[in-house]
Design a protein. Structure first.
Length: 199
């Protein structure tokens, strides 16, 4: 029974577009690198031209963009090849991104060290589902989960009317009849019923 459930979970894997994921991550992390390079130019002691963002500190943009793109591509490609979504994909992506950062030192120990550190951190982060964890059940369908959340926070109309009262666009069933009765009791005035508009 458990083996059948695992097999069914494997069959439900949907391939990911690794190139699209890599381009999206490259754009985001490259943008962060651009902001970082701009900050480096701003805090530099000497006056620099705006082109120094690219000419002098372009490596910041390149490294951060490359790390993000490499991580996303390797993670998605690994998931597609293994047909599994688990922390190992994140570890492989993290190792690739960390190794790219280690290439700046131009030594094999730096490449392996940065790669291993990034892989460990990213895999641990993924395995624990973030810093504080996430109680979301992965077996549950996302649409059904959101429907349950909506229903859990929906307030019955009667309770809303009791708390807020009617008016200001909030009207319950038979509001007009109750309004006519209240006006008649309070002021002794008969309020005529509205005629049905001609179509």
């Amino acid at each position: 029974m458990a083996h059948h459930a695992e097999h069914a979970a494997d069959d439900s894997y949907h391939p990911k577009d690794a190139i699209s994921a890599a381009l999206k991550a490259l754009t985001i992390t490259g943008g962060i690198g651009l902001v970082g390079a701009t900050a480096q130019v701003t805090v530099h002691k000497q006056n620099m031209s705006p082109l120094a963002v690219v000419t002098r500190f372009g490596s910041t943009i390149t490294i951060l963009g490359g790390m993000g793109g490499t991580y996303a591509f390797v993670k998605a490609a690994s998931a597609n090849l293994r047909e599994k979504e688990d922390p190992w994909n994140t570890a492989l992506g993290g190792f690739s991104a960390g190794a790219l950062l280690g290439l700046r030192a131009r030594t094999l120990p730096a490449v392996l060290g940065y790669g291993a550190a990034a892989a460990t951190f990213m895999a641990a982060y993924d395995y624990t589902e973030g810093l504080f964890g996430n109680s979301k059940n992965k077996e549950e369908d996302e649409f059904e989960r959101r429907q349950k959340l909506r229903k859990a926070y929906q307030t019955p109309a009667e309770q809303t009317f009791a708390e807020l009262g009617e008016g200001r666009g909030i009207y319950g069933a038979n509001y007009e009849e109750r309004r006519r009765e209240r006006i008649k009791e309070a002021y002794g005035i008969e309020v005529p019923t509205s005629p049905v508009p001609a179509s």
